[in-house]
Write a protein that binds this ligand. Structure first.
Ligand code: URA
Ligand code: CA
Length: 433
């Protein structure tokens, strides 16, 4: 092939063959196709789209560009979960022990990423001593012994995606549904999952701002999974307001512990039960989501999910005592109330801007070399629909400096207080299978 012909074909809106797509991915990964041709090609995809079949070919070419984790030595169906990201999304920390306690092996590979808070790895590292470097052998053994492990992404997982994602970032081609879907799915497939449960967020704090876009992304990812033989399903969930109350690394570990004890925020708990039920059915430990839901509630009530979280922490070098005493986690020097400026009802809570307020405190990274302050963040005291009196706290800022003016102003500005009560937004939208 000549790359110029492949670009022209996509520019004209034609459907590419597996060979043409693989030619591009391999050529770009090794450097024989230059950035300028790859850029033009990505832009052609941005405007002309890709069929489900083309997306499957693109995904598999990226999977095959690097290492693939072999989880076949782990008994049972390995079920992975992926969330498209949002503000204060603590679900992974909760779901890993929750689902494992019901007998489904969870071999989780997680990322750090940029954003309002760290990723799952950063959150776990708020626990003193916790390390995320296991060899593939140790990883497999730990999952066989304990049913759960969480590690960092291996260096050579989907190098094609890494390179393409960086290029997309500077060529205005990130927000293309076929490119996002294949990027996310390539990493899940390379990480070895047999079944994948996707949590596609929608709303102000999400990548996909509208439910229609979230649904389209979910359909694309489910179609890719099916095409390559992985049982894949998606749940659309609300991210118009932050999930749960805590936004911050150490603060979210505390929230996860509380949720595993059955004292978690209502929305976070419900989303974990919905996603967890799907994971258990996919892992064939229950035949219906109703049965799975009862199993999940039981391992919360009898304490076994929390206990397993403690075992995970101990197995990876951390202090498991934090599950009984969360004051052992990093704590910020100052706890500062954010007072409401008027009385009424919370009608809007812009997740994105509240996330920025957390990032300004040091809870997240703006660039990949930024240091995170694991102790800081925001704990909301109100959610959409709640009544509030002037002067009452909307949130508590946890900070290591007293200069929190900027974050405080952002929070006050982006939590709208109206005169009329409103319904809280619907947490769970469509399910796509
Ligand atoms: N997250 C990913 O991993 N890839 C994308 O393309 C977008 C979000
Ligand atoms: Ca949260």
């Amino acid at each position: 092939f000549r790359m110029v012909d492949v670009i022209e074909k996509k520019r004209n809106g034609e459907v590419l063959t597996k060979e043409e797509i693989t030619f591009f991915v391999n050529g770009y990964t090794v450097g024989s196709i230059p950035d300028y041709q790859a850029s033009a090609f990505l832009m052609a995809i941005y405007f002309k789209g890709m069929t489900a079949e083309e997306q499957g070919f693109l995904t598999m070419a990226m999977v095959e560009s690097g290492d693939q984790i072999d989880l076949s030595a782990i008994e049972g169906i390995k079920v992975d979960k992926h969330s498209t990201g949002g503000v204060g999304d603590t679900t992974t920390l909760i779901l890993v022990p929750l689902v494992a306690a019901c007998g489904v092996p969870v071999a989780k590979m997680s990322g750090r990423g940029l954003g309002h808070t760290g990723g799952t790895l950063d959150k776990l590292e708020a626990i003193e001593g916790f390390h995320i470097e296991l060899t593939e052998e140790q990883f497999v053994k730990q999952v066989n012994d304990l049913k759960l492990a969480v590690i960092g992404q291996s260096g050579n997982l989907t190098p094609a995606d890494k390179k393409l994602y960086s290029l997309r970032d500077v060529t205005a081609t990130v927000d293309s549904i076929p490119l996002i879907a294949s990027s996310i799915m390539s990493k899940k497939i390379a990480a070895g999952a047999d079944a994948i449960v996707l949590d596609v967020k929608t709303g102000d704090g999400a990548f996909m701002k509208t439910e229609a876009d979230a649904r389209a992304l979910a359909h694309s990812m489910v179609a890719i999974g099916k095409q390559v033989g992985r049982n894949t399903m998606a749940v659309i969930s609300d991210m118009s307001q932050p999930l749960g109350f805590a936004i911050g690394n150490s603060l979210e570990v505390i929230e996860a512990v509380e949720t595993l004890k059955g004292n978690g925020p209502e929305d976070l708990t419900e989303l974990c039960l919905v996603l967890g039920s799907k994971m258990i059915v996919a892992g064939e430990k229950a035949t219906s989501v109703e049965e799975a839901r009862e199993m999940l509630k039981a391992v919360i009530t009898d304490g076994s999910a929390l206990e397993l979280f403690g075992k995970l922490i101990e197995a990876q070098g951390g202090n498991g005592a934090i599950i009984h005493d969360t004051s052992l986690l990093p704590t910020a020097k100052y706890q500062i109330e954010v007072p409401a400026l008027s009385s009424g009802y919370v009608t809007k809570m812009e997740a994105d801007d509240i996330g920025v307020a957390a990032m300004l405190l040091g809870a997240g990274r703006a660039t990949k070399d930024d240091e995170i302050d694991l102790a800081v963040g925001i704990v909301l005291t109100k959610k959409i629909g709640d009544a509030v009196q002037e002067g009452e706290p909307l949130a508590i800022i946890h900070s290591n400096t007293e200069a929190v003016e900027q974050s405080m102003t952002l929070i006050q500005k982006h939590i709208t207080i109206g005169k009329e009560a409103v319904e809280s937004p619907r947490l769970i939208g469509d399910m796509i299978t």
